[in-house]
Design a protein around this ligand. Structure first.
Ligand SMILES: NC(=O)c1ccc[n+]([C@@H]2O[C@H](COP(=O)([O-])OP(=O)(O)OC[C@H]3O[C@@H](n4cnc5c(N)ncnc54)[C@H](OP(=O)(O)O)[C@@H]3O)[C@@H](O)[C@H]2O)c1
Length: 329
């Protein structure tokens, strides 16, 4: 495969290259693409140096697959240009996710929707991916009515500038701010921009994307998204009301039997998922599984995953692998 990685110098881009190499993705030619600021610099992949090129040159090269992690505006402008020359685009930004003509894919759940005509495929939001990975098997069995989710999101989810802000604050250095407030020793109830309804864009992604991925509008999701000074992954406190009752042991078994999900849940040994241990792993970890004693058929759980891996790079590479395996590219 002739593969372009757009946004190769970014937070997701760096992990994308790592995941492509680790999974031995069948790359015959690699195009590393970033903004004009980075053109001419070099990045290494599997021990070989590659020179960063610009978007026009990458389109002219007509790669088979382009994996975009370069922000929504770049995707809106450039993904169609790649699609026009026959490239299949897998996009990590929010640009195409809710476009009814584009598929929003978590391979373990709905890759079977993909066809050869899908030239721009959307990767869901990082906090959505880990949420639906845990919800999908439970929804299938017990039918969700309502989900309440509060997130504890890593600074790596905002990109290079935010990680630098946290590192600078810890080191006592004045530097550029990615957030309107300090993030070290703080919690910002503010991920992405505020919308007219008082929610943030991140919260509305959590509300809307699960319905599209699970192809079901009969349940609702209400979210509060919070940025905290961690780097390894996003955590989510999730309360789910089902139509049907459940057994806790069966819930644990269903989750453990789900490819890509690992249950870490034993209060006796203080076993529960945490971002420092989820860091650099592909799995979605679920713990603190317990019944909500205040309401019928309702479950509480805690979900943690590395936002740069399953939340972005790994999910995108899994989509690409599915396309190849099923001769859709
Ligand atoms: N971080 C996450 O956990 C996460 C998860 C899921 C999805 N995403 C999405 O992935 C995208 C990248 O996020 P990130 O966290 O990796 O951000 P980042 O660290 O700020 O990196 C942004 C990347 O995009 C490139 N870029 C920016 N403007 C460009 C332009 N006009 N033309 C070409 N390349 C351009 C940058 O190149 P330069 O280095 O040359 O500026 C850099 O490679 C965003 O859309 C984000 O929403 C992020």
């Amino acid at each position: 495969m002739r593969v372009a990685v757009v946004g190769a110098t970014g937070m997701v881009g760096e992990v994308m290259l790592k995941v492509l190499a680790e999974r031995n993705f069948p790359v015959t030619e690699l195009l590393l693409v970033a903004s004009e600021r980075s053109v001419g610099k070099t990045l290494a992949y599997k021990g070989k140096d590659y020179t960063i090129i610009g978007l026009s040159d990458a389109v002219a090269a007509q790669p088979d697959i382009a994996i975009f992690s370069a922000g929504g505006d770049t995707s809106l402008e450039w993904a169609p240009k790649f699609a026009e020359v026959g490239t299949t685009v897998i996009d990590n930004s929010s640009a195409w996710r809710m476009d009814p003509t584009k598929k929003l894919v978590v391979p373990e759940i709905n890759a079977n929707e993909l066809t050869t005509t899908d030239k721009i495929i959307a990767n869901p939001n990082c906090s959505t991916i880990q949420l639906v990975m845990a919800l999908a098997p439970l929804h299938k069995k017990y039918q969700m009515k309502r989900v309440l989710v509060s997130t504890y999101q890593s600074v790596s989810g905002t990109g290079v500038k935010a990680v630098r802000q946290l590192e600078n604050e810890i080191a006592g250095i004045q530097g550029e701010m990615a957030y309107p407030y300090p993030i070290s020793r703080n919690a910002l109830p503010h991920c992405d921009v505020f919308l007219e309804n008082g929610y943030t864009k991140e919260e509305m992604k959590l509300a809307r994307e699960p319905q599209k991925i699970l192809d079901d509008r009969t349940f609702s999701v209400s979210a509060t998204a919070v940025r905290i000074p961690t780097a390894g992954g996003h955590s989510e406190s999730v309360n789910v009301e089902f139509l049907n009752d459940f057994e806790l042991n069966e819930v644990r078994r269903l989750l453990n039997d789900t490819p890509g999900v690992t249950v870490q849940d034993n209060p006796d040994t203080n076993t529960y998922p945490m971002p420092i241990y989820a860091h650099d792993k592909d799995e979605v970890f679920v713990g603190r599984i317990r019944r909500d004693e205040t309401q019928r058929n309702t479950l509480n759980m805690w979900i943690v995953s590395d936002n740069l891996r399953k939340g972005a790079a790994t999910n995108a590479v899994q989509i690409a692998e599915y396309l190849i395996k099923n001769q859709l590219v």
